[in-house]
Structures are given as structure tokens and as C-alpha cells.
Design a protein around this ligand. Structure first.
Ligand code: MRU
Length: 342
């Protein structure tokens, strides 16, 4: 199953909003359809958003009619801007936009469209390779018999690759270790209940679903060996933005003396931001909180807040697992090292 596939003149994606009820593939034929799919979370998860945007930019570029390179680049810029405005938190999106812009600028006028297709494929291949590698590296931290608590969804769907947090779990299971997973449902949009539970069941990895508010109960009773999740943006000092509720889990992990691991490709690291305070946090429609699956639960007219991510300060993070190795405090040095390293 390929969560994102480039078909030459269109992109095929799994519509993640319909899982687990239906496995529906949708074809996106224009860049505006790709932007809309990202906004609607049909394609979601930091690395997957970057990959989808890269292919979307290549699709948009295909339809540009321009007499010279300068005109082409100015029309391309409009496309890049619409992707940049689709979701603010996951830095993989901005990294992909940046790579696509550089590829267009470097290419000769006659070859720009092909150069953009090639770059989008390269971004996809890089994320696949990085997530597979980090998963194998991270598996070393997961011992036989571990119960791992994860949050949100950080598997193949979220990465268009092997997965980050779920990739580490899969790789540990492939090594023959007996791993059990506790997955939080992840309100409001239930990425844990809908997607993580589904992906782990596909892999025959035992999973127990809990509501977000049950995490403390299980951790405090010694039922969890480590917390392991993905990331949307990691600042230069190691502060990490991930799905809302991650910070709560980090504090619980520290209080109860269990490790809190973040698994992410280096494309999720943003050295331009000194700390997590500077990470933009997406605010989504409050209706996602007042309703579940389109069914209203809260009284009409109630005020609801819906920040989609929170930031875990680096002091709570035991280690960050990347494709270039496992990094620990002091993150300001170790993250810089993995970014610079080829
Ligand atoms: O709003 P989402 O579903 O795109 O949020 C995704 C997450 O927070 C994931 O945990 C994160 O992107 C890591 S994905 C490998």
C-alpha cells in the first residue's frame, strides 16, 4: 500500500480522513487539489505533508505557461505561497518548498518542469530512506517485552515512508522482539484511534487503545516502559512540537521515571528557530472539538479552543532518534552536528 504515489500527471493518495472505515484512494490532478487535501488532513503527518506538497508543486509547474524563466519562477512562486499557507507547524512542508524552489532556480528554462518532478521524487525517496534508517537505529532502544506508549499517528501514512515512531516499533518487532503498544486515541481528530490502531493491526503488532486522559493511570501503575512519538518541528535547542497532548505525556514520563523518545528524520529539525517558543502552532476549527465525526457533542454556542500541536521542552526529551543517529542533551550541539554531517 502506497500512501502517496506519483502517477506522471496526477498524484494518488490514501484519503486518511476515511480510515479505518474505508481504504479510499483519491487522485489529485491539480496543485489546488493537493493544497485542499493537505488542509483537510486527507494527507497528514509531517513528512507526508512535505512529500505531497513537493509532488503538488511539480503538478502545478506542469501547467505553467511562461515565455521565459523569470516569468516561470514568478508564477511558480504563487504556487509555493499557497502550499506555504496550507499548514504552519510541520517544517517538512517548508523544507520541501525550499528544495523545490532551489531546484527550479538551478534548472535551465527548458528543463524546469522535469527538474521539479525529479526533485519531488528525490524528496520522497529521501524521506523513505531516512524513516527506514531511523527506525532501525531507534529499534535498539526498544527492549524485548517493552510496552510502548505512542500518541497521534507516526506510521507509513504520516510519512509516505516506513514511519517514525511506528517505524521504530515495527523495526523492533521485525528483530523478533515482543512489543506491545498502548495508543492514545488523540482527540480531537482521533489519529491514534483511527490510524495508529489500524496500522499496527495491519502489522499484527498488539495494540491497546486508550483515551488520552488514561495515559497517567497506565504510566503511574508501571504499565509503560517508554513513551515514543514523532515530531512536526524540532527547534535548535531540542524543543519539539508534536500533536497536542505530547507535552502532557512528556511530563508524565519524567515524573514517573520512564524515557520519552522522539523519532524524526532530520528534515523535521529547524535550526533557524532557537527554541520552541518560536514554533508556529496551528489553530484549527473549534468544531473539531465540539463534534466527533460530524456529530455535535457540546452545547451549541459554547466557546472551544483547538490548538493542533504543543511544544515539549527539551529537558523532558530523553533522546531524539534520527537517521543520522540518536541524539541527546546538549541538543544545541548534537542537533547541529547531525544536520551538518553528510
Ligand atoms: O495534525 P497531524 O495529524 O498532521 O499531526 C501529525 C503529528 O503530530 C504526528 O505525530 C507528527 O507529524 C509525526 S509524523 C511522523
Amino acid at each position: 500500500m502506497k500512501p502517496i504515489e506519483w502517477l506522471g500527471n496526477k498524484i494518488k493518495i490514501v484519503d486518511q480522513t476515511q480510515l479505518p472505515g474505508k481504504l479510499v484512494f483519491v487522485e489529485l490532478r491539480s496543485y489546488t487539489e493537493v493544497v485542499a487535501a493537505i488542509k483537510a488532513l486527507k494527507v497528514r503527518g509531517a513528512p507526508a505533508i512535505g512529500v505531497a506538497a513537493a509532488y503538488g508543486i511539480a503538478l502545478g509547474a506542469r501547467d505553467i505557461k511562461a515565455k521565459n524563466k523569470a516569468k516561470f519562477l514568478s508564477r511558480l512562486d504563487k504556487i509555493l505561497q499557497s502550499f506555504a499557507a496550507s499548514r504552519p507547524t510541520a517544517v517538512n512542508l517548508f523544507r520541501a518548498i525550499d528544495r523545490m524552489e532551489k531546484a527550479a532556480t538551478a534548472a535551465d528554462f527548458g528543463t524546469i518542469k522535469q527538474a521539479l518532478i525529479d526533485e519531488a521524487k528525490a524528496i520522497h525517496a529521501d524521506e523513505q530512506a531516512a524513516t527506514e534508517r531511523l527506525s532501525r537505529i531507534g529499534a535498539g532502544l526498544i527492549k524485548d517485552g517493552f510496552v510502548v506508549l505512542t500518541h497521534c499517528n507516526a506510521g507509513p501514512l504520516a510519512t509516505a515512508g516506513y514511519g517514525t515512531a511506528l517505524g521504530v516499533i515495527k523495526a523492533a518487532a521485525e528483530q523478533g522482539k515482543k512489543i506491545q503498544v498502548i495508543a492514545t486515541e488523540t482527540r480531537p481528530l482521533l489519529q491514534g484511534a483511527r490510524l495508529t490502531a489500524w496500522e499496527l493491526m495491519q502489522e499484527d503488532i498488539p495494540v491497546t487503545l486508550i483515551t488520552d486522559s488514561m495515559a497517567g493511570y497506565f504510566i503511574n501503575r508501571g504499565k509503560v516502559n517508554c513513551v515514543l512519538l514523532g515530531a512536526d518541528r524540532i527547534a535548535a535547542n531540542g524543543d519539539t512540537a508534536n500533536k497536542i497532548g505530547s507535552y502532557t505525556l512528556a511530563v508524565l514520563a519524567k515524573e514517573n521515571g520512564i524515557p520519552f523518545y522522539v523519532a524524526a528524520p532530520t528534515s523535521t529539525i529547524d535550526l533557524s528557530l532557537k527554541s520552541g517558543d518560536q514554533i508556529p502552532i496551528e489553530e484549527r476549527n473549534p468544531e473539531e472539538v465540539t463534534s466527533i465525526g460530524g456529530i455535535r457533542l457540546a452545547p451549541k454556542g459554547v466557546t472551544a479552543a483547538n490548538p493542533a500541536f504543543d511544544v515539549t521542552p527539551h529537558k523532558y526529551i530523553t533522546a531524539i532518534i534520527t537517521e543520522k543517529g540518536i541524539v541527546k542533551e546538549p541538543y544545541a550541539n548534537s542537533l547541529k552536528r547531525v544536520i551538518i554531517e553528510k
